[in-house]
Every structure is written in structure tokens, then in C-alpha cells.
Write a new protein. Structure first.
Length: 283
């Protein structure tokens, strides 16, 4: 598959767990456990799945996952699976972190930018030494001064260094990265989150970020308890699911442990998944 000048690939850097009730908000466990079976601590499994976009001149990575800066206590809380890593996932594609030219961050929560920095020889460094990083300025500003409710999701060692090193580039509002890549701002989950739309007019992928972490979040009421503005999330889902249906977009899920992307279809007054894919080779 190719979209314009870009060849998309899936990079999976690991798994972790979060409370199932928090992941599905008002939806009763008797319903959400049908698609996302919890463990003994009521945690459901999340992937850290990234989109790699390669052209002749660029190798662009969307989000950086959990990273490796976790102590044993945090690993236990979040059920961090260390059997995979960003380095090993890139190596499977014949790449190293030094090869990445650009990193697009949907937002600065720890599970999306934890891998943006590393500790090397006791010193914090950018994980992708030759890359420019991109994030919405609104989200960066919020991350530095977030609320008591969500400040635990913003770990400053993951992103402040990037700003200090001059490699963090700010996007303001909806914007085009180039002819194929577009940033779309949404504010339900957190302020200044950006989805990434990759399109050449014939094929379109929407990197949903945390608007819809799992394929099971496609039905309209399935909204995370983590969202700061759940009613805003609901309106955002209505808008972009309608576009996805009408324009045959492929929705890319950063956290679904099994399904990488899917198309959608109408179901009553709402939407459900139509075709589901684990890899681009299936298309």
C-alpha cells in the first residue's frame, strides 16, 4: 500500500494495561468485557502501535509509546510488557532510531510520548537524535500546567528536554505537514490533541490517537473515563465517523491489542466496525 509518496508501516513497541472501567467510562463491564477481557486487577491490554511513513527523503514516526524509563513499581501498576521495544520494532524494518527524520506526537500523555526521550550514560537525551518533533502548542502549554485530574498523565521528562534542545516544533491548530499529511485538532480527551490524516485522495488513513483507542470504541457511547470533556469527544466522534464512512477512511488504532485499523459502517443511529485489519498486507 502507498499513499502519495509515503509507504505506511506498522510499528509495535509494546503493551501495557489500564483499568477497564476507566477505558470505557459509563459502559458497564458486562458489555465491554465481551471485546476487551480484563485481567485479575481489572486491567485491559493496550498496545503501543505507531505508524511509520517512509518516502525517499523522510521517515516519519507517529507517537513514541511508553518508553523504557519506568521503575519496577510503575511497571507493576501498568503491567508493562517489555518483550518488545521501539529499537527492536524498528530493527525489524531495517531501521535505527537515528534514521527517523520526524516524530509527530498526537499529545504528550506518557503512553504517547514516553519513548521520546531516553536515559543514556545517566543523562536524558532525545530518543531520535536526528529527528524534529511536532506537537500542538496548545497541548504543550496544557502539559506544563495541567489540572490535578490529569497531571499524572503528563511526565515532563518525556518532553521538556525536547523543548530545551530546540527540536520540539509547535503546530497551531489544524494544519498541513505536506501534501499528504494533515493535523486535525480535537479537544475531548485532552486539550490540543491532534489526529493525523494521511491521504492522497484515493486512500486515507486517520490515526485516531485517543479519540478511539480500540476498535471497540467506535460505537458512540464508548468514551473513556479519562476524557476531560466527554461530551466534546462524543461530538468529535460523530463528525469524524461520518466522514470516515462517507469517504471510506481507514481508522488506525494506536492501542487496540489485535486490530491495527478498520473501516466503519452504520448501525442504527450510530456506527460499528466494518472490515478489520491486522496489517497493511491484508488490504
Amino acid at each position: 500500500m502507498k499513499i502519495g509518496k509515503y509507504k505506511p508501516s506498522i510499528i509495535e513497541s509494546g503493551f501495557f494495561g489500564l483499568d477497564g472501567g476507566a477505558m470505557f467510562g459509563i459502559i458497564p463491564k458486562v458489555l465491554w468485557q465481551r471485546t476487551n477481557l480484563p485481567d485479575e486487577a481489572n486491567r485491559v491490554k493496550l498496545a503501543t502501535r505507531h505508524l511509520l511513513l517512509e518516502s525517499k527523503s523522510k521517515k516519519i514516526l507517529i507517537d513514541t509509546g511508553m518508553g523504557s524509563k519506568w521503575d519496577d513499581k510503575a511497571k507493576n501498576i501498568y503491567a508493562v510488557d517489555e518483550s518488545r521495544s521501539m529499537n527492536s520494532a524498528l530493527a525489524q524494518r531495517g531501521l535505527k532510531t537515528e534514521d527517523i527524520t520526524d516524530v509527530i506526537l498526537t499529545h504528550l500523555h506518557f503512553d504517547h510520548t514516553g519513548g521520546s526521550t531516553i536515559i543514556k550514560d545517566g543523562k536524558l537525551e532525545p530518543a531520535f537524535p536526528n529527528a524534529n518533533y511536532f506537537v500542538q502548542k496548545q497541548n504543550f502549554d496544557w502539559a506544563r500546567n495541567s489540572s490535578d485530574r490529569d497531571k499524572g498523565s503528563y511526565i515532563k521528562e518525556n518532553f521538556i528536554l525536547l523543548f530545551e534542545e530546540g527540536v520540539l516544533n509547535f503546530i497551531i491548530g489544524n494544519a498541513k505537514f505536506d501534501d499528504e499529511i494533515e493535523f486535525i485538532v480535537i479537544n475531548g480527551h485532552t486539550f490540543g490533541q491532534q489526529m493525523v490524516k494521511i491521504s492522497d485522495g484515493s486512500n486515507t488513513i486517520l490515526f485516531c490517537a485517543d479519540l478511539m483507542p480500540f476498535v471497540s470504541h467506535i460505537p458512540l457511547p464508548y468514551i473513556m473515563g479519562y476524557d476531560l470533556q466527554p461530551l466534546v469527544t462524543l461530538e468529535e466522534k460523530k463528525k469524524y465517523l461520518k466522514l470516515a464512512l462517507n469517504e471510506n477512511w481507514k481508522l488506525f488504532f494506536g492501542h487496540d491489542p489485535e486490530i491495527a485499523f478498520a473501516t466503519v459502517k452504520k448501525f442504527g443511529e450510530g456506527y460499528i466496525a466494518d472490515e478489520k485489519f491486522r496489517s497493511f498486507e491484508e488490504t
